[in-house]
Design a binder for this molecule. Structure first.
Ligand code: SF4
Length: 567
């Protein structure tokens, strides 16, 4: 028997209410009211001049480069105060809070990866513009990235295999939809590559629409996120979606907390999406058992979780997962008859720092100083005496190289030539800086995702290079095996606090080789008391292998056994 036809009813798929965030008015002229007769009816229109979009975008990207939401900072502070936090949870959370304080000085952006500019907007039916809204918004993005100490990360394709940096951080990703309500609503995001790379789609079936099976499925998938995108994360999970891309886009919006006002009960007539707060609690508790913690073991892998259930075709069940990283850069804005408004971010992050005694207590504990200005064998002998998970304080010279430099160095090897001596004589830091502010030794300069360099490690170590590596996130089994075979080490730096590293730990920066690569050049840097953890050692031990196992073994038995309830 076929399904009977129901009457027409309409709802947006994501029927959200107004953003419940504090807003402040910007001093931007160019928003006016116009009245006109249309088809015999007197109508009122909101007219928006082109420069309004540019000035708004410039202001928004300036704000999110330097400031975070109050809730995000309060959540970091809660990690410090939580008696169940691990020492490493507290250490990372404190480092991120200190980073927020440096960044709020408006000179060093909070992260060296200042992101892809993303703008999602809804334009009301009463709004009149010249129609080139996206171009005007892009002009504002251009101005922010030109005038601030940010980084250009966008590569233009010249052909299928050739690409070049656009030198502007454009193009931005801009999506503007229509809305029956009045005015203009906008969401600005600056999404770093590491964070964007943690958006995943799984094409599942109805078989996982069972509470325990879904938790088991999520335990495995959330574990596979690892730490490369600088947790603690704002985690978003979307179950369903009219298409795969709808699920992914919804996950990104949910990770920015833009869907928090979704209804919590479904509607058979319209099929709109819903938010499930009870399941969000379960997912958050699940993340607390995985062992990753805030990067180096503990409880706080995630600040929070959002779970959105969407309508779906009965033959598809997309599941999307996305995160917002420690550079939780987003801001909502509104243009209406009263003017231009943006979300108020926290301009005084220092108020979330604990008292001096607590800071010292968190930062105390065993820390091994490592002098990097010695032969590589001496450095490795010191590291070999440490265990994975141990804290280090690095002082001395490092070489900085990332993706393109690694590809060129491999080409050198493949041509039968020796790797440059600088690459064999010093530890390598995988990173690429933001612009250097005038009068400072370094721009924001945090680690990039180590796993992108995994494919080079075995060959480079066999050639006597990359024997001590420093970056963020977990690595493949191949890297662990190469370290065991060649006596190598992978050290983890806290991911996220790039402004603090630039302000307090990096004392000299110079381009050493491949200057044509811009921020991807090979740099020589000197560091002082640069914090790091031993993650992979020369015995073939991987700190994260324990968490990988923990996540994958979270099956029905274990999740049900905790306290008699489901996770
Ligand atoms: S905090 Fe980490 S994941 Fe986020 S943008 Fe910065 S480097 Fe990328």
């Amino acid at each position: 028997m076929s399904t009977p036809t129901a009457d027409f009813r309409y709802s947006e798929i994501l029927p959200t209410g107004p953003a419940a965030v504090p807003m402040r008015r910007l001093d931007i002229d160019g928003v006016d009211i116009a009245r006109a007769e249309v088809a015999g009816t007197e109508r009122t229109f909101l007219t928006i001049a082109p420069h309004v979009f540019s000035e708004l975008a410039r202001t928004a990207f300036t704000e999110i480069a330097h400031f975070l939401r109050t809730d995000h900072l309060a959540s970091l502070r809660r990690i410090l105060d939580d008696p169940e936090s691990s020492d490493n949870d507290r250490y990372v959370a404190l480092d991120l809070l200190k980073n927020a304080v440096v960044s709020a000085g408006r000179v060093l952006p909070m992260c060296q990866d200042t992101g892809t500019a993303i703008i999602t907007a809804k334009r009301g039916a009463d709004v009149l513009t010249d129609g080139a809204d996206a171009e005007h918004l892009s002009r504002g993005v251009h101005a922010a990235f030109r005038d601030l100490n940010l980084r250009y990360s966008q590569l233009a394709p010249l052909s299928l295999f050739e690409e070049t940096n656009t030198g502007t951080n454009l193009p931005a990703q801009i999506d503007i939809g229509l809305d029956a309500h009045g005015g203009y609503e906008l969401l600005f995001m600056a999404k770093g590559g590491g964070s964007a790379n943690k958006s995943f789609l799984y094409q599942e079936t109805k078989a996982i629409l069972d509470e325990q099976r879904l938790l088991d499925f999520l335990a495995e998938k959330i574990s596979s996120l690892g730490t490369a995108a600088c947790p603690p994360y704002h985690l978003a999970i979307v179950i369903g979606g009219t298409t795969a891309e709808a699920a992914l886009k919804t996950a990104k919006l949910a990770s920015a907390h833009s869907l928090d006002t979704l209804p919590e009960t479904g509607d058979a007539a319209t099929g709109h999406g819903i938010r499930d707060r009870a399941f969000e609690d379960r997912v958050l508790r699940l993340t607390q058992t995985l062992g990753f913690g805030a990067q180096f073991g503990g409880k706080h892998f995630c600040h929070d979780a959002r779970v959105v259930r969407l309508p779906r075709h009965n033959g598809s069940l997309p599941v999307a997962i996305a995160v917002s990283c420690s550079a939780d850069r987003q801001l909502v804005a509104r243009i209406d008859a009263d003017g231009v408004f943006i979300e108020e971010l926290e301009h005084d992050p220092a108020r979330f720092l604990p008292a001096a005694g607590t800071v010292e207590e968190i930062e105390s504990g065993e820390v091994t100083p490592i002098d990097l200005d010695r032969p590589m064998d001496a450095i490795r002998a010191d590291l070999s005496a440490r265990a994975v998970g141990d804290r280090l304080s690095l002082t001395g010279t490092m070489i900085v190289a990332r993706d393109i430099a690694h590809a060129r160095l491999r080409a050198t090897l493949e041509a039968g030539e020796e790797l440059p001596s600088y690459f064999r004589d010093h530890p390598v830091y995988y990173a690429g800086p933001a612009k250097t502010p005038e009068g400072m030794p370094s721009g924001s300069f945090g680690p990039t995702t180590a796993s992108r360099m995994d494919a080079y490690v075995r060959d480079f170590q066999a050639a006597g290079a990359s024997l001590v590596m420093l970056a963020k996130g977990n690595r493949s089994v191949e890297v662990t095996e190469a370290c065991r075979e060649h006596g190598g080490f992978y050290l983890g730096s806290v991911g996220g606090p790039a402004a603090r590293l630039a302000a307090e730990c990096i004392t000299e920066v110079e381009v050493l080789d491949m200057a044509d690569l811009g921020m991807e050049a090979v740099w020589r840097i000197r560091v002082e008391d640069f914090p790091a953890f031993v993650v992979v050692d020369d015995k073939g031990t991987d700190f994260f292998a324990r968490t990988r196992d923990a996540g994958l073994s979270l099956g029905r038995t274990r999740t049900a056994a905790r306290d008699g309830t489901l996770i």
